[in-house]
Design a protein around this ligand. Structure first.
Ligand code: 8X3
Length: 253
C-alpha cells in the first residue's frame, strides 16, 4: 500500500524539496503550509502523489481537524519553522521570540500530538524533526532562534525516549548553512541585501535538495533503523562561526 507522508512548511525551501523527494520515493505526500497558491503549484507538479492542505501550523484546532480527516500517516516531517531577527538578547523583540517558539516548537507539538495515533497505527511510523545546527550551538544574535531550535532538538530526544516501545522512530536532521529562497529573507524582514550577505563568498552552501536527500535517506532505511541525529553542513562551514568565504580581491592598477 502506498505510504503517506505529511510535510509541513512545504510551500518552499527544504519542505518543498523534501516533498518532491518523498514523492519520487513513492510516497503519497500531503503538502502543508499557509500559502495555498504555492502548495497548489507544487501539487500540480507532483500530480496524483500530492495533496495540498493550506493551514497555519500554529493553529492547534486546524491541525487536529486536518489530522482527523486523514486516513493514515506513515511519516510526519515537522519542517515548518524559521528565524525572525538577529538581535542581541539585550534588545531582541519578545514578539520575534514568541513567533519562533510558536512555529518551530509548538507547530511541531500540535502535528505530533494530532498524528501520533495514526503513526503508531501504521506499525512503522517515522517522525522527522527539522532542527538546525542552532539547536546544538549558539551565536551572537541567535538566542531566540537557537532557543527554539534547541526546543526542537529536546523534543526529538524526549519523544524517542517516550516512544521507545512503540513502532515509531524519531529522526532529527540538523542542517547548518542552507541557501534557500526565503530563510535569510524572512529572518531579515525582506531585506534582500542583508539576506545575501549571509551567503557572501560561500561558493557552495547547502541547498534545499541536499537536506531533502538526507531526509529521504534516513526515512527510507528499514523500519528498525533509527537515525537519531544527522548534522549536515556545507564543506565550507566547519562550525556556525567558521565559514570559508572567498573574498573578491579589489582591482588594483
Ligand atoms: C540555520 C542555521 O546558522 O543560520 O538553521 O542558525 S543558522
Amino acid at each position: 500500500m502506498t505510504k503517506t507522508a505529511v510535510v509541513t512548511g512545504a510551500s518552499s525551501g527544504i519542505g518543498a524539496a523534501t516533498a518532491r523527494r518523498l514523492a519520487a520515493e513513492g510516497y503519497r505526500v500531503v503538502l502543508v503550509a499557509r500559502r495555498k497558491e504555492r502548495l497548489e503549484t507544487l501539487a500540480a507538479e507532483l500530480g496524483e502523489a500530492a495533496r495540498p492542505v493550506a493551514l497555519d501550523v500554529t493553529d492547534a484546532a486546524a491541525v487536529q481537524a486536518f489530522a482527523d480527516g486523514l486516513e493514515s500517516c506513515d511519516v510526519l516531517v515537522n519542517n515548518a519553522g524559521g528565524a525572525v531577527g538577529l538581535d542581541y538578547v539585550a534588545v531582541a523583540d519578545p514578539a520575534d521570540w514568541r513567533t519562533m517558539y510558536e512555529v518551530n516548537v509548538l507547530g511541531s507539538l500540535y502535528f505530533t500530538q494530532a498524528l501520533l495515533p495514526k503513526l503508531v497505527a501504521s506499525g512503522a511510523g517515522t517522525i522527522v524533526m527539522m532542527s538546525s545546527t542552532a539547536g546544538h550551538n549558539t551565536y551572537e544574535g541567535g538566542a531566540g532562534y537557537a532557543a527554539a531550535k534547541h526546543g526542537s532538538h529536546v523534543m526529538a530526544e524526549t519523544l524517542r525516549l517516550e516512544l521507545f516501545d512503540k513502532p515509531v522512530r524519531v529522526i532529527e536532521i540538523a542542517p547548518g548553512m542552507v541557501k534557500t529562497e526565503e530563510f535569510a529573507l524572512n529572518r531579515f524582514g525582506g531585506d534582500a541585501d542583508r539576506a545575501a550577505s549571509v551567503y557572501a563568498g560561500v561558493a557552495e552552501p547547502l541547498v534545499a535538495e541536499d537536506v531533502a536527500d538526507c531526509v529521504a535517506w534516513a526515512v527510507t532505511r528499514p523500519a528498525h533503523v533509527n537515525v537519531d541525529l544527522m548534522v549536515v553542513r556545507p564543506r565550507a562551514q566547519a562550525s556556525n562561526y567558521k565559514v570559508h568565504r572567498v573574498v573578491e580581491k579589489p582591482v588594483t592598477e
